[in-house]
Design a protein around this ligand. Sequence first.
Ligand code: OAD
Length: 229
Amino acid sequence: MKNIVILTGAGISAESGLRTFRAEDGLWEDHPVEEVATPEGFARDPGLVQRFYDERRSGVMAAQPNPAHEALGRLDREFAGELLIVTQNIDDLHERGGANRVLHMHGEALSVWCTACDTRHRWEGTLLDGPPCPSCGQVSMRPDIVWFGEMPYRMNEIFHALSRADLFVSIGTSGAVYPAAGFVQHARENGAHCLELNLEESLGSRMFHETRLGKASELVPAWVGEVLG
Ligand code: OAD
């Protein structure tokens, strides 16, 4: 095995205390998703959306990586082949778990985007109080999050890596949101072995050659141990 692509979702951070999206009530931290995760929602009530992501930012900073993040950090350090960890998560727990080869396709809680001068800045504070952009001085900064209806980041790079992968591993994602939900099909059609690690069967489970059910904090360290021998 020379080339691994990993896709992670909210399930890998659940045991770090960050809530997943598809809870039974269909709400994300008590909000309908179209209120807080669409450009239309932001246009309608910017204060509500800024406050929502201010809370996500402080929640991410308070969370700690769990054994699943740490195992992927170990894989990144010790696996000599090509590796790309594509995450749908906006937290930085992969990085704090020691992984470097990480791509945030849905943006990052600790990054903000100035729509006036198109720069991005690392941000640990709030946006609700309307701070000026450090680059241009305009009050035009929004969360650097890919909302519904917007294009996920670095898709060409991701599909290129999927085309070349000999192993594709999906961890803790429900397979409900495209384009990420379609990665398994692309990897499989291009010859990758496809492995799913998840708490329960997902919408895409039948697309995988193998599904292992359980907690990420147990399944991921065990799988990394197998890969590294
Ligand atoms: P979901 O909340 O849809 O799915 C989380 C998955 O993790 C479910 O399949 C759970 O069974 C599984 N899970 C929960 N706890 C777990 C654990 N301890 N170990 C292993 N698996 C566990 O989250 P995502 O699939 O990440 O997009 O959601 C995808 C996207 O939808 C998000 O990136 C977000 C959201 O709308 C944007 O914000 C653009």
